[in-house]
Write a protein that binds this ligand. Structure first.
Ligand code: CIR
Length: 256
């Protein structure tokens, strides 16, 4: 059960965020702010106490607070984001993490290890860590060493289709997982009820279950039907401006 979330207001510089998705041009800042406000309102409606951090113009991608930290009940891990333009975000999130965790509960992924929270998918007390362009084997090994101290477990899965693990596989809770056709083949995922999302709706895999209610990006009817047929109440929201810089729903918050 989540009771808290951390978010960060999008920076004006988000229009220069890292992206591989150029089809629709740059994000419109004002629209991104409106979408972000909706996101924060939904988290609050769902009962979370949201710590809203101010924009950081020196970090265009800093609204994606999921990447510089991974939080869980017993500890918090400050990651080591792989891209130079994002690496400093780890120092910016630390003071906020310190408000919620004691010093002996806070750990850091250190170079040459890299890891970003978008590659970390929790299933019960297990963490799947995606080995991707952003998260390397050293980062995943350090993550494993930290979480096992607190009786969690972790294992790695390859991410070969794009940015982060949770863009291609998401655990919806209750044994249910949304996956791409490729992620559907992963051996470790065979134990879950997998729903393969068609390629034109891959963006909607990154839906977000908050205490039983699933936030789903607007505009993906097949995925929406799968989620509603599973019986989840749904909140729809437009993520168009974040999509333009490869961002999606889970990236916009830390939840704990
Ligand atoms: C980046 O490329 O780092 C950002 N433009 C998008 C980060 C999205 N984060 C996430 O999926 N956790």
């Amino acid at each position: 059960m989540f009771t808290k979330a951390i978010t960060r207001q999008p920076a004006k510089t988000m229009i220069d965020g890292i992206t591989t998705y150029t089809a629709e041009g740059k994000p419109i800042y004002e629209k991104a702010i409106a979408e972000h406000n909706t996101y924060v309102s939904i988290l609050k409606e769902l009962g979370l106490a949201v710590t809203e951090l101010p924009a950081l113009d020196q970090y265009p991608d800093s609204c994606f607070v999921e990447d510089p930290a991974v939080v869980m009940e017993k500890c918090a891990i400050i990651t080591n984001p792989a891209r130079p333009s994002r690496n400093g975000e780890k120092n910016e999130i630390l003071p906020t993490i310190k408000q919620f965790y004691a010093d002996d509960q806070i750990f850091k992924i250190k170079a040459p290890g890299t890891l970003e929270g978008g590659d970390v998918m929790r299933v019960g007390n297990h963490f799947y860590v995606g080995l991707s362009d952003r998260t390397n084997a050293q980062g995943a090994a350090q993550f494993n060493e930290i979480v096992t101290k607190f009786s969690y477990t972790s294992s790695t899965v390859p991410v070969t289709e794009g940015l982060h693990l949770k863009d291609f596989a998401i655990y919806l809770e209750d044994g249910n997982m949304l996956v791409t056709a490729k992620m559907n083949q992963i051996e470790a995922f065979q134990q879950y009820n997998r729903f393969v999302i068609p390629p034109e709706e891959v963006y909607a895999i990154n839906s977000l279950n908050i205490n039983g209610v699933v936030i789903v990006p607007k505009g993906y009817p097949t995925t929406l039907k799968i989620i509603t047929d599973l019986g989840y109440p749904v909140k729809l929201m437009d993520c168009s401006e974040f999509r333009k810089i490869d961002g999606s729903l889970t990236c916009l918050s830390l939840r704990f």
